[in-house]
Design a protein around this ligand. Structure first.
Ligand SMILES: CC(C)(COP(=O)(O)OP(=O)(O)OC[C@H]1O[C@@H](n2cnc3c(N)ncnc32)[C@H](O)[C@@H]1OP(=O)(O)O)[C@@H](O)C(=O)NCCC(=O)NCCS
Length: 176
């Protein structure tokens, strides 16, 4: 078992996060601007959480989750809601439980806010699907879009729905 720590990311971690949060072939400056917006606006508003895993040498994994507001509805459109996003572990550090730890940390935060959590991935991403299935995510649609990407036949939408959550009854003085 490797010696890593999972903690909240801060603006001071921005440069270390860039490589993890930029899609392959993506623009680092665009990611920098998005992360800056996250730390200045979305994180304080509790609409985004960024967590990282670090070892003595530095950051080895990052995960994000966010409330995503969708302007359009449709069978091929992912719905508005809370999403796990962008978990990535450095190549040399994979398969040591870091992705799971980053996911557990984000789910703990999300569970205080919602009963329903979504995530999308491509059908070929077996590591990601296995990781999320183990946390109770079930595939509910395929051929969907993503916040900044068009519909793809092989993009899957997963949902984790906490069943049987019983809310306490309202206090007596709020009953009519
Ligand atoms: C997906 C990813 C984050 C997993 O990170 P990780 O630290 O290696 O994952 P963990 O060691 O915590 O693995 C947890 C479980 O996920 C599954 N898993 C992870 N890697 C796997 C692989 N290569 N093949 C099959 N299952 C895998 C296993 O069920 C594993 O549990 P086990 O090791 O007890 O069998 C990592 O592979 C990664 O960064 N991939 C590239 C980025 C990416 O695709 N992110 C997901 C975007 S949706």
């Amino acid at each position: 078992m490797s010696d890593y720590q999972v903690r909240l990311a801060t603006l001071d971690d921005l440069e270390a996060l860039l490589g993890y949060q930029t899609p392959v072939g993506g623009d680092l400056d665009a990611t920098r601007a998005r992360l800056r917006h996250d730390f200045e606006v979305r994180v304080p508003a509790e609409r985004t959480l960024l967590v990282l895993a670090s070892v003595a040498e530095g950051v080895v994994g990052v995960g994000r989750c966010s409330y995503i507001e969708r302007p359009y509805e449709g069978l091929d459109r992912i719905p508005s809601g809370w999403y796990l996003q962008g978990v990535r572990v450095s190549q040399g550090w994979r398969r040591q439980g870091i992705g799971r730890a980053l996911t557990r940390r984000r789910l703990e935060w999300l569970e205080r806010r919602t009963d329903t959590i979504y995530y999308t991935t491509l059908a070929g991403n077996r590591p990601s699907i296995a990781l999320h299935r183990a946390f109770g995510f079930d595939e509910i649609a395929r051929g969907v879009d993503a916040p900044a990407a068009p519909v793809r036949a092989d993009r899957l939408l997963f949902r984790r729905q906490r069943a049987g959550l019983i809310r306490p009854p309202p206090a007596p003085d709020t009953l009519s």
